[in-house]
Design a protein around this ligand. Structure first.
Ligand code: SDX
Length: 432
């Protein structure tokens, strides 16, 4: 029996009744606090993928998967994408409030002052093979950055944490652009402090030292919106990784590098690249979307519709809604006619009328349209997850800070239900 009343739940089984306190969030979500379960009742819970388990209380981001709502520090994603800049959203996520004009100017000036990499770090890029995946370079360079800033490692020192967040925000685009230039054998482009965050990244990515690079404001604004939409998403796989690594009091650079590696997976941040590969396969195969919808439904076929489904959203991912309209607008304004957009719209239409997807509440997620826009802006597919990481960085750092500052934080150490051999004696080699 499972009864709830204000502040507690009781579990009754036969003669035994057990009471647990509950915690209620500001949006009415209720968590059952089982922190005494093992000590008082010698029981643990089992929850694959932590689908039903909150690891913390958090004030950074609210997601309502049933209604398709996403808010950073209480502000709607639709409003932030339409009106804010990425540095402004980064400030909001990490500090909890939107910056005043003066605060934003100071923050942007701080970021501009740290966009250069230590010249010794440049040699690191030469250690990678020409075809190295940029995510491998990005996470390695992020961990390597920690060796240049050991004076800022102390997670308990607020000034050190601030200095670390500034360096990561300022230098990640430079690292990403250097990784790209290395992969195509072109000279590195140094940052330009006269440009805004997204424009500076574009000139480092696509500029050449032999000619001026002209920033297209449509492209710069599109990139800014994409970074805003990727900036945070509560306790997703990579953010939970950053929190877990940081719970051992590892420094921020090491924690973020861990999150990057989690993001790389095709079920998470690697999905945006996988969506383009999937749409290209469908396009090359004659555009028969029904065939691929059928494959996605076939349990014998490992094929999944990449960019569809979400652990939390059982309604439209609000970011996918924004990106769907944005994709058509950006491609039109850039005069890009991408056949994959037509395939994507057809695939979405067919999937959303199919019982398999309706029953499982599988809708397009943030990755379904983002890749097409990244591609229209000139980014190669292998850079898409890197772009996701640059966007997600302020979210990772906001959660890491919240975890470090939370007096309830303990080092993350889940339990298990042991399913292996019971005790047995050693058998000498000759007797096996
Ligand atoms: C991101 O967590 C976050 O917030 C992540 C993210 C963020 O901002 O950080 O939003 C970013 O990672 C978005 C997700 C990107 N990944 C993909 O697009 C990959 C394709 N989608 C999936 O593999 C899947 O939907 C997940 C990984 C996103 C969610 O996995 P769950 O919650 O573990 O769901 P599941 O795998 O248990 O699927 C439930 C059912 C299964 O069928 P049944 O066993 O019930 O018969 O739905 C089916 C699955 O087979 N299913 C799919 C499907 N996704 C789920 N079937 C076909 N195609 C799909 N894409």
């Amino acid at each position: 029996m499972f009864n709830t009343s204000d502040g507690e739940v009781t579990l009754s089984s036969g003669e035994k009744t057990v009471r647990f306190p509950t915690v209620t969030g500001t949006e009415g979500d209720v968590g059952i606090d089982i922190s005494k379960l093992r000590a008082d009742h010698k029981r643990i819970t089992l929850d694959y993928g932590f689908a039903n388990t909150a690891a913390c209380r958090s004030s950074v981001t609210f997601v309502n998967g049933d209604t398709g709502e996403l808010r950073y520090r209480g502000y709607r994603i639709e409003d932030l994408a339409a009106q804010a800049s990425f540095p402004e959203v980064a400030f909001l996520l990490m500090n909890g409030e939107l910056p005043t004009k003066a605060e934003l100017e100071e923050y942007e000036s701080e970021l501009s002052g740290h966009t250069l990499l230590n010249e010794e770090m440049k040699r690191m890029f030469d250690a990678f093979p020409r075809g190295a995946h940029p995510m491998g370079i990005l996470s390695a360079a992020t961990a390597a950055m920690s060796t240049f800033y050991e004076r800022y490692h102390n997670p308990r020192d607020a000034e050190s944490v601030k200095e670390s967040t500034i360096r990561l925000m300022a230098k990640l685009p430079t690292v990403a652009a250097f990784a790209y230039k290395k992969s195509i054998g072109q000279p590195y482009m140094y940052p330009r402090n006269d440009l805004d965050y997204s424009s500076n990244f574009l000139q480092m990515m696509f500029g050449l030292p032999v000619e001026p690079y002209e920033i297209d404001p449509v492209v710069a604004r599109a990139l800014d919106v994409l970074l805003i939409l990727h900036a945070d998403h509560e306790q997703n796989c990579s953010t939970s990784t950053v929190r877990l690594v940081g719970s051992s009091e590892a420094n921020l650079f090491a924690s973020v590098a861990g999150g990057m590696n989690a993001l790389w997976g095709p079920l998470h941040g690697g999905a945006n690249s996988a969506v383009i590969a999937m749409l290209s396969e469908i396009d090359e195969d004659g555009g028969d979307v029904d065939k691929y919808v059928a494959r996605a439904k076939d349990k014998e076929d490992p094929f999944r519709l990449m960019g569809f489904g979400h652990r939390v959203y059982k309604n439209f991912d609000p970011r996918a809604k924004i990106l769907k309209e944005f994709a058509s607008d950006v491609l039109e304004r850039l005069g890009v006619n991408d056949p994959l957009l037509e395939i994507a719209l057809k695939l979405e239409e067919h999937a959303l009328t199919d019982d398999y997807f309706i029953e499982r509440k599988l809708y397009p997620n943030v990755d379904f349209y983002s890749g097409m826009i990244f591609r229209s802006l000139g980014f190669p597919v292998r850079m898409f997850t890197v772009l996701f990481a640059i966007g997600r960085l302020p979210g990772w750092m906001a959660h890491w800070k919240e975890m470090i500052e939370d007096p309830n934080t303990r080092i993350g150490r889940p339990r298990q239900v042991y399913a292996g051999h019971t005790e047995r004696d050693y058998v000498a080699t000759g007797d096996r």
